[in-house]
Design a protein around this ligand. Structure first.
Ligand code: RP5
Length: 164
């Protein structure tokens, strides 16, 4: 197993259903990652320790998902210069609008790249990490081009009932 270069963190194992979309995408592209539950509110010391040691361990990007008062991505960003990709997980009571606003409204100077609520956001966070890594990795860039091409072909082949 190669050394992880991407961290996928989430506030609870209840976030995994959403965050596994990021894991599947990285797996598909052959990008080595680690996935962990690290809760900002319930494990603050672990969160800081992860952020403080990520760069020296070779982590180049962190995809962080959380729901509700979703402080994990922002607080990781506060403690490391490794780029943070935030995924708002759909919450029980406010359907993830709370998660989205918690993650996206960062103060100037501490950025979190914020994605859509839910599965698409998790998959796109991984694709965005891949696009960033591909800048210095021609083989990965080729895979990303092929993925985009396949998507285009799939859309072109779509038919509507009675409208060929
Ligand atoms: C957040 O609270 C987690 O990210 C999760 O989305 C939400 C609910 O957590 P559980 O009560 O399911 O552990 O911290």
């Amino acid at each position: 197993m190669s050394k992880p270069i991407v961290g996928i963190l989430m506030g609870s194992n209840s976030d995994w259903d959403t965050m596994q979309n990021a894991a599947q995408t990285l797996t598909e592209f052959g990008v080595a990652f680690e996935a962990k539950v690290i809760s900002a509110h319930r494990m603050p010391d672990d969160m800081f320790a992860y952020a403080e040691t990520a760069a020296e361990r070779g982590i180049k990007a962190i995809i962080a998902g959380a729901g509700g008062a979703a402080h994990l991505p922002g607080m990781l960003a506060a403690k490391t210069i490794v780029p943070i990709f935030g995924v708002p997980v759909a919450s029980k009571h406010l359907s993830g609008e709370d998660s989205l606003l918690s993650i996206v409204q960062m103060p100037k100077g501490i950025p979190v790249a914020t994605f859509a609520i839910g599965d698409a956001g998790a998959a796109n966070a991984a694709l965005h990490v891949i696009a960033n890594l591909a800048v210095n990795d021609p083989a990965l860039a080729k895979k990303l081009e092929a993925f985009r091409g396949a998507q285009t072909e799939k859309a072109r082949a779509m038919n509507l009932p009675g409208h060929s």
